[in-house]
Design a protein around this ligand. Sequence first.
Ligand code: ADP
Length: 674
Amino acid sequence: MNRKIIQLARRFERGSLTLVASLALTTLLMNVEFNFLEGRLYDLRMNLGSPPPADPNIVLISIDDKTMKTLDESAPLPLDYHAKFFELLEKYEPKALGYLVDFNQISQANPEHFKSDWIARLQQSASRLESRGTPIHFGTSFDVNGEVLPPVPLRSLPHSIAVIHKDGNVFAEDKVTRRALTYVNGKPTFHLRLAQSLGFMNYGEQPHGSFSVSELDTDYFFFRYHGNTSLRSQMPMAYQRISFVDFLRENFDPKLIQGKILLVGTMLKENSSDFTLTPYSREAFANPKLVVHANILDSVIHDQGISLVPNAFNWLATFITTAIVFWFVFHSMPLYGVFVTLGVAALYAAIAYFSFKAESIWLRASQPLLGVFIGYYLVVPYRLFSENKKRWDYQRKNQLLTQVEELKTNFLNLVTHDLKTPVARIQGLAEVILRNSEIRTEDRHNLNQIVHSTDELNQFITRILELSKVESNPLQIRFESKDVNSLVEKAVSALQTLARQRQVEIQMKLEPLFPIRLDASLISKVLINVIDNAIKYSPSLTAILIETRETSGFVEIGIRDHGIGLSDDEQSNLFTRFYRAKNEANARTAGTGLGLYLTKYFVEAHFGRVEVESERGRGSLFKIFLPIDPPLNPEAGAVPGLARRLAMKKLIYLKSKSLRQSVQAVEVKENNHV
Ligand code: ADP
């Protein structure tokens, strides 16, 4: 009961420790934004794997270096070229036109053009296009006063803000373009207006994942990139592009324009305001804003915004991931802890990746991942400290145990030594009195009991002394060449009286054997103990069969009885010190529980083994295996050489021959009798 309560308290302690630690770490992490890291992880998700396909109906017309060079003009491109562009476009029936050119810059550079008829021509052409059902939209910039309107008279044409948002003061602050403006001061921006006029979106509708920043009175959404944006990359650009000059010279396939949404804008190498940074490339002058506009428009048209999950979810995700890591690193093996940490991090990264790619859901990854790794590095020193403490405690306990063990052995030694002499004296005196023939029968019986009990006590003392000898000094084995059969016969004759008393018959079936190298005194003890047990734990009128034989590399001695037998549980404890099975027979029989422990010890010192097969109520079979060729022992002389082996072979041949002869002789005798 007490143990259960302690276990429960321990489990509770572990759980609460994990809970408190992960709560503390989560709270700490959620108070810091790690936006720079989150931005990097966002970009990784954006450009890993294949992006959603770019809309082939969006085509870019770039006022690029080639245009300037061929027309021999310098930026900004004068108004007349734009007017010519509009007039030429009327021939090709595009689906829509988004014009992302700063006319205020053009009017500042060449104000006289705005007084010439070019401006009227441009305006009229634009109106004609519009009246034929081609929506036209001008992109404007934005300053502290709001939208910077196009110069008069272009102001009368549809226009709205087309600013590329660079992440400068919120989120990652790394100037990378990840989100786009959708509404400014309640008015839809360029991409939304174009999509609305094309019928892809209703007025007032927002793309998926839009969110408001009320302080600025603006709405944003995180848009999708549809492939590589960098001019320097080897990968092809996601959108078709025609140079402005090629258009003016009609140097293109008309199919590229007909029915397409055209985005016209500048892309001049020396003009930094024509470029931005994207998740695909952070190089300056690599990612044209015109391409980014195309990606935003594409995301608006196909409603591919990315929605950020609520903060509560991030909180929960961070808490769960850190709690898992805390729990496993606190309580499991170090290697297991490493696997769990890496596994949780990989699993969370995979979930974050697939929900981003497949579901357009942005799970913040920085806090959960940092939680996992910081959690791991916080727990590891704690674990090291507690493991060291545990080891130190174990060492101390071990030292104490060794001391106690030594004291116990000394004590046993002392007691048994001191007991031995008085016991011998009692036995001697009892025997002397017994020799007196005038003694009464009743007294004789009592004296016999005394002798018997002192015998048992003596046996007990001898076992204890043997055990302490074995445990305190290294076992000295004196190898000599001996025939196992002769040792078996000796042991049997020593126990014959006991067997007769118990009415147990001992049968022997001994195969002729090589003499093998063994310590005769130790193996005799082994045999006496096992045969003695067989007699002790057998009912009267049963038989014990002792067999010897040679099996591969070993001499096998089998002692089979038909006694009380042993259960599986008892068998597994049989060779433990002081073990005695709990049964009736045992209660009646004196014993120490040391015999089999010493038996195993002595046999294993000979590089052999003891096996037992037994069944409750049916009897037991103990098998002792002694190696024919035990490894060399320095005290025992050399391992048998070749000549000796040959001599042995001859001996066994002679032995088996003599056995055959004697068997024949017996048969002849028996036949004669018949
Ligand atoms: P003990 O002095 O009690 O005989 P052992 O170490 O020789 O000590 O044996 C340990 C226990 O194993 C015994 O108490 C007995 O319960 C069981 N045991 C040993 N030999 C036999 C056997 N032949 N049959 C049944 N039980 C046995």
